[in-house]
Design a protein around this ligand. Sequence first.
Ligand SMILES: [Fe+2]
Length: 434
Amino acid sequence: MGCQYFDPCAHGADSFTIAIPKVTFGRACLQEAGARARGLGMNRIALFTDPFIHDSAYLATVLDSLKQSGLDVAIFDEITIEADDASVERGAVFIAEGNFDGVVSVGGGSVMDTAKASMLYGLHPMGDFLDYFAPPLGAGKPIPSELLPHIACPTTSGTGSECTSISVLRINHLKTKFVLANPALMAQQALIDPACCASLPPEVVASTGFDLLCHALECYTAKAYTRWDKIDDPMKRPLIQGANPWSDLAARKALEIVGEYLDRGVNDATDEEARDQLMWGASLAGMAFGNSGTHLGHALSYGVTHLMHDVTTGGYTVKSPFVPHGISVAVSAPAIFRYTAEATPERHFEAASYLQSDLRGAAADDSGEVLARRIIDLMRKTGVPNGLSEVGFTADDVPALAASSARQVRAIANSPRETNLVDIENIYAAAISY
Ligand SMILES: [Fe+2]
């Protein structure tokens, strides 16, 4: 078949699965919320948002639309800026007691991820919160498929959660984040109105933009899906299935958008074209990595948020310590792609090209350096911290960072280059500053 351009491997997968919600994109499309909720058979809706968005014009638009469609709505906004188990436990009670037949979420990744997990725990309670999480953290118990229909409305341009089957949650007593991943967690519809990004501070556009960049870069450079073992049960094909023709398609366009618009979108809030494009790029990257998985960028970010020191990144009104997700991914990215390029130099070279890197005189063997330099260039232009040292880490922290991140087993295995604990330590050591 023409699209199967990945080299086959003995015992390797020969099929891939694509899952995305029905997507509506465009300015003012939040006005469609009521009609779309009705179309999904909703009558009584749990509306998830957070305290920062509660009084916003776009939440009012969604609320008006739902009410004009004759729908009954109850709001849940007790959500922290990084989704955590405490928010989910509160949300689960809200779902369990509310007699709802649908969910609408309006917010960033934290809101959408909390909505997904609250449905799961509210409708299918689990004695131990960690039981639904994959080992080694959890027991890997099966996630039931019967949740409520969900319309996800993102208000930032990075997470892509509106298009994924993933919920990333901080487990407070462990001070670390882990991923819940299951097809049941995907929203039925995504309603993406880029006007929501108009008032975002530059630091937030930069952080979420680097999340988008790394989603796209990691899935474009991920291990090919044909290098994962073929599965016997098609219902058990994992979401982290490796790079495939679909994820390539969406990631390639998302990288082009970042290359063209990230600098503009961060540094000029009046640049509607750039902010619209970044919103589209974030959803594309979500559709990409949601069907391929990320790899070392995200795996190594979890060590940073687990062990973060007394530092708060600018642009967020959050108590210290706090490193936003996109920054936790960005600070190690140049070192990671310098490391992974050896495995698939052509792919890294192509990615550098999509990002509008300076390729004069460069060949595929230079791809790791070329790509790293372009990422650093974008970090400088958008005010992103220049490596781990600018979010409070020193070389002394490297062993602990590596030990923490090494628990992200499946994501690390999705790297194009086989990676062990010493490799992870070396990457962190190279990421102190650029
Ligand atoms: Fe991410």
